[in-house]
Design a protein. Structure first.
Ligand SMILES: C[S@@+](CC[C@H](N)C(=O)[O-])C[C@H]1O[C@@H](n2cnc3c(N)ncnc32)[C@H](O)[C@@H]1O
Length: 245
């Protein structure tokens, strides 16, 4: 019997934001390899019949190298198992899901991509910040504040009329703001930092490109956090007045 790998998005961490398809494949899984940042979904996994393998980071360090995870996915599938590779948010948004899918395709292993709600949209949205709004910028750009930062064209980014959503950007927030200001973005552009979105520990800090890094330092904000740069941040005040986001 041939096994199959499901590359599944767990959404932004709340069980009720998991898709129906994700729920189906999780319930049917023989083995689940899961990352950190899956929130309530982690508890739910314990109720399934599957063997659970945590492959996320511990104290910022990867417990497993990407090559080890790729190899495990292939081996379990070749044993005829239904394998769920569960990732926070959407697997194809800064989640290495693309790399894993590529590896499985090259190895000739059957796989299915199950999309999830990305934290890049849901974390700001639930904090009262829609990433687009017709009155403001006509585009939204998602960037990583992490390893591929050097490859970004900061000049183009600063000049683009776009909301900028940064994942994994907390430790480089100061240089991100500096790069944007030096390349011509208004230093008064509103910025929101949403720490541990959709959880009981959620905190939201609002400032500008000029002062947000200092505020984040002073408040000792820690990962995970989504950073939103753009005028849409101003909507938060209105949206939070009467909504139960
Ligand atoms: C490796 S990326 C994975 C993103 C994921 N694939 C997605 O679509 O949401 C991890 C980053 O997502 C963001 N993130 C994920 N969950 C979050 C949460 N609950 N609150 C704030 N940020 C979160 C943070 O920027 C974190 O550093």
């Amino acid at each position: 019997m041939k096994g199959k790998v499901y590359i599944v998005g767990a959404g932004p961490g709340r069980l009720d934001l998991l898709t129906i398809r994700a729920l189906e494949v999780i319930k049917n899984a023989d083995v689940i390899l899961y990352d950190d940042l899956i929130g309530d979904v982690a508890e739910f996994l314990k109720e399934t019949k599957a063997e659970l393998i945590s492959v996320g980071k511990r104290r910022g360090l990867h417990k497993f190298e990407q090559e080890d995870i790729n190899r495990m996915l292939v081996e379990f599938a070749r044993e005829g198992k239904n394998v769920v590779r569960l990732k926070g948010g959407d697997p194809f948004v800064f989640g290495r899901g693309g790399e894993e899918a590529e590896f499985l395709a090259k190895e000739g292993v059957d796989f299915e991509y199950v999309p999830g709600i990305s934290s890049a949209i849901a974390v700001p949205g639930c904090a009262g910040i829609p990433v687009t709004h017709r009155r403001f910028d006509p585009a939204v750009v998602f960037i990583t504040g992490h390893e591929s930062r050097e490859r970004l064209n900061w000049n183009a980014l600063a000049k683009l009329n776009a909301t900028i959503v940064v994942l994994m950007g907390l430790s480089n927030l100061e240089s991100i703001c500096k790069n944007l200001i030096e390349n011509g973005k208004d230093a008064e552009t509103p910025v929101a930092v949403i720490e541990k979105g959709l959880s009981k520990e959620e905190r939201i800090l609002v400032g500008t490109l000029k002062d947000i890094a200092e505020k984040v330092r002073a408040e000792r904000v820690s990962s995970p956090a989504v950073i939103v740069i753009g005028k849409v941040v101003e909507l938060r005040e209105t949206l939070m007045q009467s909504s139960k986001l």
